[in-house]
Design a protein around this ligand. Structure first.
Ligand code: SF4
Ligand code: SF4
Length: 304
């Protein structure tokens, strides 16, 4: 029985506690929200004592660089396709085609003075697919694709989320495409009728072909330049002191007196020029002495 009345008491206290908060807020709610920027220090203190905002006639201001609905100022769009390629969800559709030389003037320039060369037949963004990452805006060379502060654009029909920014009519696009096709046919015929320059002539080469030929010729030329002439004297092979001593010991045993270097170095130092004695290890010196003694014992003369 006591727990029954205890539960009623706790319920009454909870209701009164909630009512107290509501009444206090009601008593303080005398201010209306100022149109502060989120950069303002007081922006997050505003909810205290505020009357509820009358949305949509009132709206909280959005941060200056926030990412909301996209907009393309198609007059400045050069149809480079970079935004569509950057979009991770492929919600940008661009159709464009080349303008003929006599249409370049009609296409005009962008606001930064860049000449446009492509007709922008279609530029659609499906905002229902867009995830507001903003990746498409960064590569835009003319900065015509931007995120706007518009964040409330609900629709009853999903197809209305596809925003069409291309301003070209279907009739005009068909006319310009036909003109381009005719121009390309004429160009092809003109090139085919033009006399062909002699094969191998320098003028006939395209800059790319000339570059490729130069690259091909370069290694051959450098190989020729670095190759030594056939009759040039060969440099004497380098020998370690130990190898030189071993070879000398072998020669002493067989009775030859010519130093190995003298035999292998044609055009080097004259044979009678005093040569620095190779530095020998004690063991090699001993071997050399033994070989010399043996040769003497056999009746030979020392040439050293
Ligand atoms: S904001 Fe992101 S998802 Fe939306 S169109 Fe641009 S790249 Fe695609
Ligand atoms: S990146 Fe910019 S200029 Fe290029 S197609 Fe997209 S909106 Fe146009």
């Amino acid at each position: 029985m006591s727990s029954y009345f205890g539960t009623i008491k706790r319920g009454a206290e909870t209701v009164l506690g909630g009512l107290k908060i509501t009444i206090e807020h009601f008593a303080r709610a005398t201010r209306r929200r100022d149109q502060l920027s989120p950069q303002d220090d007081d922006y997050f203190k505003q909810p205290l004592g505020l009357v509820t905002i009358q949305y949509p006639s009132e709206a909280i201001p959005t941060p200056p660089f926030s990412r909301y609905r996209l907009h393309n100022d198609a007059v400045d769009c050069i149809a480079c396709d970079q935004c569509a390629r950057a979009c991770p969800v492929q919600c940008i559709t661009i159709k464009s085609f080349k303008a003929t030389p006599d249409d370049i003037e009609e296409l005009g320039t962008t606001s930064d003075g860049s000449k446009k060369k492509l007709w922008l037949e279609q530029f659609d963004i499906d905002m229902a697919k867009c995830m507001y990452c903003g990746y498409c805006t960064y590569p835009c060379p003319t900065e015509c694709l931007t995120m706007t502060p518009v964040h409330d654009f609900s629709e009853f029909d999903r197809s209305n989320f596809i925003y069409h920014f291309g301003a070209m009519t279907k009739a005009k696009a068909a006319e310009k495409r036909a003109k381009l096709a005719k121009y390309e046919e004429e160009e092809k015929a003109r090139k085919a009728a033009a006399p062909k320059p002699a094969a191998g002539a320098g003028a006939a080469r395209t800059p790319l072909a000339a570059k490729a030929a130069a690259a091909k010729a370069e290694p051959a030329a450098s190989a020729e330049a670095t190759a030594a002439p056939a009759d040039a004297p060969k440099p004497a092979p380098k020998m370690s002191p130990m190898m030189a001593a071993k070879l000398a010991a072998k020669k002493a045993e067989s009775g030859e007196t010519t130093a190995p270097e003298a035999k292998s170095t044609e055009g080097a130092a004259p044979a009678d020029a005093p040569k620095p004695a190779p530095k020998l290890s004690p063991m090699m010196q001993k071997k050399l002495a033994e070989a010399e003694a043996k040769r003497k014992a056999e009746g030979g003369e020392s040439n050293t």
